[in-house]
Design a protein around this ligand. Sequence first.
Ligand SMILES: C[S@@+](CC[C@H](N)C(=O)[O-])C[C@H]1O[C@@H](n2cnc3c(N)ncnc32)[C@H](O)[C@@H]1O
Length: 227
Amino acid sequence: MDFHYKDIVPWGRSFDEYLDMFNLSEDDLARDIVGVGDGPASFNTRMHQRGTPIVSVDPVYRYSEAELRQRIQDTYEDVIAQARQNEDKFVWTKFSSVDELAEIRMKAMDEFCRDFESGKQQGRYIDASLPNLPFPDHHFDLVLSAHLLFFYSANRDLAFHLDAVQELLRIGTEVRIFPIVDVNSNSSPFLSPVIDVLEKDGITCSVERVPYHFQKTGNEMLVATNT
Ligand SMILES: C[S@@+](CC[C@H](N)C(=O)[O-])C[C@H]1O[C@@H](n2cnc3c(N)ncnc32)[C@H](O)[C@@H]1O
């Protein structure tokens, strides 16, 4: 049985997963970064702890820590049950089992939750949604977005993807989107049309292999750069 989500779920990955998903170097980590659709991932938390704070954007940041913990708990049963039914769609090297996956993800999301209220006050967690983000043009050097665009191709149409990617390029110089396959590891029907439109607008696009390999076909990101 395939993965099926009624809508985009709040579910977050760890700092180490972010490093590999976006192939981030130490030089990249020193750049002015925004993560769009970061949800309950612990990337922002760890960047803050390292002394190089970043900004994360997500509509779930309108909720309180308690409400977010409840939403994560509600999501947990569904995501883990679907992962068990779809074990064959993943490469089990980074994680040895669904149980270990669940443990690592819940630890990352707990780190995020403990950081959330203070981070929100500090302006590190901003409640906003694509395709309209509350930042001036070219405000960031590096824009990261994981497990939202292309991943939820069954839940958002081509028009949304085009508007969203153009908005990411409006606020930043370089945009990295991971993965470029959907929740079932199928190629997104929107990747080629998005790249075509961007290239016509003079944006440089490349599909790059990354060290992160969990979904069987999910070890590539799209890099789009304003030139
Ligand atoms: C599956 S989570 C991924 C979280 C994190 N990026 C990661 O890879 O672990 C997808 C996130 O996208 C957020 N989201 C949904 N619609 C959005 C939109 N229009 N703009 C920004 N974020 C959105 C959801 O609230 C959710 O937290």
